[in-house]
Structures are given as C-alpha cells and as structure tokens.
Design a binder for this molecule. Structure first.
Ligand code: SAH
Ligand code: SF4
Ligand code: F3S
Length: 438
C-alpha cells in the first residue's frame, strides 16, 4: 500500500512524521508524494494558532472529495488529534484513525484495524514509547533533528502545547548518543537536539544534564555542528551559557523566545522571568560568545497589552538586536488560561502592532546581514539553492543562509566563503578560498 504524510506543525511535528515514515517503510508500505496516488493519507496536525487549525480543516475538506472518488484511508495524528480526541470526528467524520503525539508508534495497528472496517483512536498520555522511535535514515542527509525530550511543564497561559504534548519526559542519554553516532556514520554533519524545552532536559532524572549531554555530542566523530531548540529563558543556566564558549562544535546561535518585553505581560503569560532577567542572560551570552546570533519568538496583542507594554517589547527588540524574530498576533486557544483574561486586544490593533514590529525587525535583520559583507565565514553546504540551480546554498554557524556559486562536490562539506552582499533573508557569497577543513 502507498502512503503520504502531510505535516502541518513545528520541527517536533516534522520529526514525528519522519518517525512515522520509518515505521511505515519498515512494514512494507511505500511512500508517495501525490495524494492522488496514496492509499493511506496521514495528516500530522498543529493547533498552536487558529490559522494552523483552519489550514487543517480546509485540507480535510479537500480530502473529503478525494475519499469519495477512491478507497482512501485517512489518519489524523498530532496535536489537534490529541486536543480534540473523539470530538474531532464530529468536525471531520471522514477520518479512519486518530493518534495523539504519544501514540504514533501504533500506526501499523491503526491501519490494520481500519482495514478490518473499524475506527481506531488512541490518545495515550505516556510518551516513553514514541520518544525512542527513530526517524527514517533512508535519504542521505547532511542535517538531522534528534528528539531529546518531549512535552512541556511550563503552561504559558496562551499555549496549547502542554495539553497537546503532555508532561515533560527526557529520553535516556545513551539512546540519544547512539542515534547521533549512527547518523554521523551515515554522513550527517549537523545535529539539532530537539524538544519543547530542551534546557530542562533530565531535570528530574539521574542521567546526564543538558550541558553534559552537549559535551558528549561534541565528542562524536563526524559531527561538525550542534544546535538545539527550543530554550526557555528561565531555564537557561550559566553552565549552559558557558558551553557556547567552550564546546567547539556548538554553533554560535541560540533561539531564545522572549514573547514580550513588558513585565506585566510576562507575568500574565506565566513566563517566569522579567525583561531585566532576560536581558541579563543575553548579556552573558554575548560576553561568553561574542558574535553569537540570537533569534526569538514573540507575541503581540496579548490580553491586557497596552501601548506602553508594546513599547517595552520594541525596546527589547532594539536592545538585543536579534538576528531574526518570529512574531505572531496573539491567537486565543481553547483549553488555555489566557482565554479567561480581561482586556482582550482587538485583532486590528494586534495586527497593527505586529506590522510595526515586523518592519523594525526587517531593518535589523538586513543590517545584521549587511554586517557580514566582506567577512569570511564557514558554510556547511546543504545543496542547490531553491532560487537558482546554478547556486549552492548552506548556512553559517550563526544560521544565516548563504548562496554562492560552486561545484556540486562541495555539498555536505564545510567551505570558507567570502560574503559579498547581505539581503533581507540571506547573504550572497563568493570566492571559496579553501576546500573542506575536515
Ligand atoms: N516550545 C517552544 C515553541 C512553542 S510554539 C517554546 O516554548 O518556545 C512556538 C511559538 O508560537 C511560541 O514561542 C509563541 O511565540 C507562539 N505561540 C504559541 N501560542 C500562541 C498563541 N496562542 N498565539 C500566538 N502565538 C502563539
Ligand atoms: Fe508553550 Fe510555553 Fe511550553 Fe513553549 S514553554 S511550549 S510557549 S507552554
Ligand atoms: Fe503545533 Fe504541536 Fe508543534 S501545536 S507548534 S505541532 S507542538
């Protein structure tokens, strides 16, 4: 039978999809890229903002017609499945099986059950089994994501993730290190350690701490670059910050969502830190690792956000000078506490603030990219550029996209590139001076 997976969520969601691919291939199913060809269509869903939910519903609408035309098994997995459970069937009755993020290891059982003409639903809360599934290793990859923990205990007041992904569980360090060693043997050069809140890794277990884990990954031959996402400012310890100065393979980039620059809003969001504490950590990061690139997420229009709160957010933006900020208008979500807060901000106001913030950040990002002009940087070459097949593309250690001309043999290698021009979303390089360093 042929299957296709449509992934709609974050990196964690994508990683789960790869685990599904791996399970399905192992059991003799074949992957296809066109829904018309598929016998089984799995939608891996996201519920973080209303838009994600709308995208899912409209996609399901289209599948209804496809299902009428042919015998198609439809599975809904991921965060919407977990949050909605049986209720989902009322909205999308043409679904044959549903699995929450902690039940994806049951996909084969689900398909077998559906083939017998029965519905299959599983919304387990225990994530241990899916945590140790391995993503597919079939395609030759240069970069890979490795899940190190799942779930979230933070309960930020706007966020569905703790309800969709359950409590935090850390994966045993031996499993992680074995997976990375295997990846390295298969030619992977860069690993990103993945979790909703990676810096609380093994907080409550007698195993390696997160900095100790990084140290071990740093020793794995073949791996050239290490990254991790996402970090929570309140759990970013001094010991972890020092890793940026100490571990050669750890890239000079951190994604550290701040969400708001106003202490009043941070408190309402239940973030557990103040603007001043956030800035202190940024200072320390810059001190330990000069040139570190900092990116973040932020929300505008949270309930109770007044003009002066938004100004605090803009002030934080100016003070840190992020390389990039992923910014969103607050989206009220079912199950979350922020729904009950007074003083909801009108959507138009939130969108107007978002435009101001994004315009300002665009300028800063462009300036940052221009600062690279004339500099020589190490680029891990990932493949051909999307825009022009004559160009290669890769990233700097600070995670900036570099496009430049060069031979295909460079793919998968680290090369030194001279940056000639900085643009809004990438930089252009030229004149490769040295071939691979390693
Ligand atoms: N675990 C990660 C990612 C969470 S979701 C973390 O803690 O950073 C990614 C981003 O989506 C969040 O950082 C936040 O900025 C945004 N987000 C989450 N819920 C949202 C909501 N209800 N409305 C708008 N943005 C939201
Ligand atoms: Fe959501 Fe907050 Fe957990 Fe991130 S830390 S996943 S924003 S609850
Ligand atoms: Fe979305 Fe779930 Fe990720 S809600 S952002 S797919 S954890």
């Amino acid at each position: 039978m042929k299957f296709m997976i449509e992934t709609m969520g974050c990196q964690m969601n994508e990683n789960d999809s790869e685990k599904l691919v791996s399970l399905l291939l192992e059991h003799g199913f074949d992957a296809v890229k066109d829904p018309q060809e598929a016998d089984i269509l799995i939608v891996n869903t996201c519920s973080v903002r209303k838009k994600a939910e709308e995208k899912f519903l409209s996609y399901m609408g289209r599948l209804k017609y496809l299902k009428k035309k042919k015998n198609l098994i439809i599975g809904v997995v991921g965060c919407i499945a977990q949050l909605e459970k049986e209720n989902l069937l009322r909205k999308v009755p043409h679904v044959d099986f549903c699995l929450g993020p902690s039940s994806i290891h049951k996909v084969i059982e689900a398909i077998e059950t559906v083939k017998k003409g029965q519905l299959y639903l599983d919304f387990s809360e225990n994530g241990e089994e899916t945590l140790c599934l391995k993503p597919s290793l079939t395609s030759k990859k240069i970069k890979a994501f490795v899940t190190i923990m799942k779930g979230c205990n933070n309960f930020c007041s706007y966020c569905v993730v703790p309800y969709a992904r359950g409590r935090e569980i850390s994966r045993p360090s031996l499993e992680i290190l074995n997976e990375i060693e295997e990846l390295a043997k298969n030619g992977v050069k860069e690993v990103t350690l993945l979790g909703q809140n990676v810096n609380s890794y093994n907080k409550d277990r007698n195993d390696l701490s997160f900095p100790q884990l990084l140290e071990k990954v740093n020793e794995i031959p073949g791996i050239e670059r290490i990254r991790f996402v996402t970090s929570h400012p309140k759990d970013l310890s001094e010991e972890l910050i020092r890793c940026f100065g100490r571990l050669r393979k750890l890239c000079e980039h951190i994604h550290l969502p701040f969400q708001s620059g106003s202490n009043k809003i941070l408190k309402l969001m239940n973030r557990g830190y103040t603007k001043e504490e956030y800035l202190e950590k940024i200072e320390m990061l810059k001190e330990v690792c000069p040139g570190i690139a900092i990116t973040a997420d932020c929300i505008v229009g949270f309930p109770g956000e007044e003009d002066r709160d938004f100004e605090e957010t803009m002030d934080l933006l100016q003070k840190v000078r992020f390389h990039n900020v992923f910014s969103f208008a607050y989206s009220p979500r079912k199950f979350t506490r922020a729904l009950l807060l007074p003083n909801q901000v009108p959507r138009e106001k939130a969108l107007a603030r978002l435009r101001v913030l994004q315009e300002e950040q665009r300028k800063i990002t462009l300036e940052k990219n221009k600062e690279l002009e004339g500099k020589r940087v190490d680029v891990l070459v990932e493949g051909l550029s999307k825009r022009s097949s004559l160009d290669l593309t890769g990233r700097t250690r600070t995670n900036i996209v570099v496009n430049f001309g060069g031979p295909l043999e460079l793919i998968g290698r680290t090369v030194e590139v001279l940056i000639v021009k900085g643009y809004a979303n990438s930089v252009r390089g030229a004149n490769i001076q040295h071939k691979s360093k390693i």
